[in-house]
Design a protein around this ligand. Structure first.
Ligand code: SAM
Length: 283
């Protein structure tokens, strides 16, 4: 089926291949480039995203067992920024060590950088982390992050109704079939489980700000990509993919179509809509 890769129309299979090329190319420079491109704002958005989800917090008044083990699935988890914050909040801030996180990503190069970074975490947090390779559109086929050269790694499914919290940050706009990924999110979540997405969005409520933001995105980011990472094309794609991603309200409607219940308007704008958080609950 046709989809888009930046501003080009491609098949779903072509998009998967080309997105893989982008993230394999940017994996080593990804964390540094994020800081440069967003002036460090991505850290503030990620901190806010994770603290708004408050993983590991189970107030006694809620009737939940405060020590009930929780499984967080961080989809398109890349180099681990969300997963590491989740573990810190759950284990340290909420003093709840019974929270484990699976980082899942289609790209082993990104996961390998994440696994390397995770060696700096406390041992108890490392023990609560696992890394799997999977396409978010089909979580019935995951493989553990394999050492290079491992032939025929075992394949397993993320079971239905096994996940308490599904997170995806700056990943979903790269998917070829977003409704399929939302259906998979719905399948793997337990009833009462939460889908939470942090993604670039539309900042068009403030025209002057939006013009400056677009100028920065389309002129500066590909240039920085060329100068710092030696890769203009990948960063051009990343900017175009933001432009092609649906508006806050349209994406909220896709989440509802997948069966989730949303509260209020269903999303929260960050920095004038440059990014947005969407949440939905599986009833
Ligand atoms: N979540 C991390 C963060 O916030 O820093 C990484 C975000 S990075 C911009 C996007 C990630 O989405 C990449 O690691 C890429 O490999 C992954 N990705 C793209 N298509 C995917 C798919 N179909 N299934 C799973 N992951 C995918």
């Amino acid at each position: 089926r046709p989809t888009h890769f930046g501003f080009q129309t491609v098949t779903e299979a072509e998009k998967i291949e080309r997105v893989a090329t982008v993230f394999t190319s940017v994996a080593e420079s990804y964390d540094r480039m994020n800081d440069l491109m967003s002036f460090g704002w991505h850290r503030i958005w990620k901190d806010h995203f994770v603290s708004s989800l408050n993983p590991g917090f189970s107030p006694l008044a809620s009737g939940l067992d405060p020590r009930a083990p929780q499984h967080i699935l961080d989809i398109a988890g890349g180099t681990g920024d969300i997963a590491f914050r989740m573990l810190h909040t759950a284990h340290i801030v909420n003093a709840n060590p019974d929270v484990r996180v699976t980082i899942s990503d289609i790209n082993p190069a990104m996961l390998t950088v994440g696994k390397q970074r995770s060696t700096l975490l406390p041992a108890s947090q490392q023990a609560a982390l696992s890394f799997v390779e999977a396409n978010a559109e089909d979580l019935t086929r995951t493989t553990p992050l394999s050492s290079p050269g491992t032939a025929n790694p075992p394949t397993s499914a993320i079971p239905s109704a096994s996940v308490d919290l599904y997170t995806v940050a700056f990943g979903i706009r790269n998917f070829s079939n977003i409704p399929a990924a939302l259906r998979e999110a719905y399948r793997v979540l337990k009833p009462g489980g939460v889908f939470a997405c942090l993604e670039f969005s539309k900042a068009d409520a403030h025209p002057l700000f939006n013009t400056l933001y677009k100028e920065w995105s389309f002129r500066a980011i590909p240039l920085i990509g060329q100068l710092v990472a030696g890769d203009r094309d990948s960063y051009q794609y990343l900017v175009e993919s933001i432009e092609k991603f649906p508006s806050q309200a349209d994406f909220r409607d896709m989440i509802i179509d997948a069966g989730f219940v949303v509260g209020g308007q269903g999303y929260e704008d960050l920095t004038g809509g440059v990014a947005a958080i969407h949440k939905g609950m599986k009833p």
